[in-house]
Design a protein around this ligand. Structure first.
Ligand SMILES: [Zn+2]
Length: 172
């Protein structure tokens, strides 16, 4: 398929193709900690976060398929994870057989743009091979994000979501 350039509606920036990868640098919980306390209370790595040694979070990839399109929409976002599963992930971090672990339950910790509230909806994280973050599957009953992840979205809807995200980013 040939690449189609993509133009941002807010400012006219032209991309070689529609940007498809987005994400959040921190779990929502991070922002509830006062900025001057974050250094002492939060342990943060690229895809792992522990707050006050008792709230555990990890980063995963949420994929929304786009129907009849060669690519999907990706959000690298955070979910909570239990202490037990967090420790299990650590134990298996470098072990290829980690892909056989049961999925880890978690509450989604980021707002996915254009969707109704997605904070604290149900998700599970499925381990990928070493070096890759887990795949996040949403299973909050009847939530539009659950439905879209399962069924895919139209290219038109993907355009709308991407335009909305770019607008937000470009206005900052
Ligand atoms: Zn723009």
């Amino acid at each position: 398929m040939t690449k189609q350039s993509f133009k941002c509606e807010c400012c006219g920036t032209v991309y070689d193709e529609m940007p498809l990868c987005f994400g959040s640098n921190y779990p929502d919980h991070y922002y509830s900690i006062p900025p001057d306390e974050r250094a002492t209370r939060i342990e943060l790595e690229k895809s792992l976060c522990v707050v006050d040694e008792q709230y555990f979070f990890h980063r995963g990839r949420l994929t929304i398929p786009i129907i009849n399109f060669h690519n999907s929409l990706y959000f690298d976002i955070w979910t909570s994870i239990s202490k037990e599963n967090f420790e299990l992930r650590m134990d298996y971090w470098d072990k290829p057989e980690r892909v056989n672990n049961n999925p880890y339950f978690g509450w989604l910790q980021n707002q996915i743009p254009t969707y109704e509230n997605t904070i604290n909806i149900k998700s599970k994280a499925v381990e990928h091979e070493c070096g890759a973050i887990p795949e996040i599957i949403i299973f909050e009953e009847n939530h539009p994000l659950t439905i879209d992840q399962k069924n895919g979205i139209s290219l038109e809807k993907a355009h709308k979501i991407v335009q909305s995200i770019l607008k937000e980013q470009h206005l900052k």
